[in-house]
Design a binder for this molecule. Structure first.
Ligand code: ATP
Length: 294
């Protein structure tokens, strides 16, 4: 079942483009990541999905409900964390929690207490006494109150320390295991790769690629850096793609059997060798580098 689906969803801000003809399907029970350069349109898509701004054209559905006409009933089912967390500065954290409980029907005080503990939130502080990351943690807690079936998170780890990032990932994985759905935007390609089932990349308002990260079909290969007295034609023969050559230093992508590779270099005089798996960043960084659309 599609939890989120859009049909040529577009939003422009006068002459500024926001998002153009976005078609996505987010399946029930998956963690779907959304990445792209600054200004690409990630927050615009999220804000349009949640009816904070109206689409210029096209349409979208969440839980099969129209994002514009049925937004209030959608919001009852969705937890949301904005990229920039803003609260009235004098308000206490515990009051925000109580306020949220007031409009979330199905919450468990025990679960809220356990989230407060895991996220190390001090409920007796006022919002203006909290750091950026601690404010973000309050927003994350708020989004989880009432056990929503869908979480929409705009750069949720921005500002969180590594331990809190891990705690958040554990929470998201637990939600996924319970059959819930997570849609998140991020600038951290490593976090997306580790966490998400699928990822879409948006650039200059359009989705330009979608990748199944948990699929066994994708073969990222290995990045090999090799230094030694090795003929270039040997590298040309075994490499899938040469990335750089500098004197006797070679950097290339290798896609074959690693045991064969190790044996094939054994007769050369090797000074240095590093082998690592190619990752999402290796594959997607090109989309960040080419600023102009061809
Ligand atoms: N209120 C607005 N008025 C006019 N233009 C806007 C407005 N909000 C966003 N835009 C434009 O829409 C485009 C997409 O912005 P958006 O904030 O969605 O990008 P983003 O992918 O979330 O960026 P970032 O990674 O920097 O948060 C940008 O070109 C931006 O200048």
């Amino acid at each position: 079942m599609n939890i989120i689906e859009t049909d040529n969803l577009s939003k422009n801000y006068g002459k500024n483009r926001g998002i153009i003809d976005i078609n996505i399907n987010v399946n029930e029970g998956e963690i779907f990541g959304f990445i792209g350069p600054n200004g690409a349109g990630k927050s615009t898509l999220i804000r349009t999905l949640l009816n904070f701004i109206y689409p210029t054209s096209g349409s979208g559905k969440i839980f099969n409900k129209d994002i514009s006409r049925e937004s209030s009933s959608i919001k009852e089912l969705v937890g949301y964390v904005p990229s920039e967390v803003k609260y009235y500065s004098k308000v206490y954290v515990k009051d925000i929690i109580n306020y949220t409980k007031g409009f979330r029907k199905d919450y468990s005080s025990k679960e809220i207490d356990s989230l407060i503990y895991d996220l190390e939130i001090d409920v007796n502080k006022r919002m203006n006494e909290l750091s950026l990351g601690n404010k973000k943690k309050v927003a994350i807690l708020q989004s989880l109150i009432g056990n929503p079936q869908l979480l929409i998170l705009d750069e949720p780890t921005n500002g969180l320390d590594p331990l809190m990032q891990k705690r958040l990932f554990d929470i998201l994985i637990k939600m996924k295991n319970e059959g819930k759905t997570v849609f998140l935007s991020s600038h951290n390609l490593i976090e997306v790769e580790n966490l998400c089932d699928r990822v879409a990349i948006i650039k200059e308002g359009r989705i330009i690629d979608t990748l199944e990260l948990k699929s066994t079909v994708i073969d990222f290969g290995r990045i090999i850096e090799l230094e030694g007295d090795i003929p270039k034609d040997f590298i040309d023969r075994i490499s899938h793609k040469t990335l750089s050559i500098d004197d006797n230093q070679y950097k290339f992508i290798y896609k074959g059997d690693i045991d064969n590779f190790i044996k094939s270099i054994a007769s050369y005089n090797i000074k240095n060798l590093s082998i690592r798996k190619e990752n999402l960043e290796d594959n997607f960084i090109k989309y960040y580098e080419d600023k102009e659309e061809k």
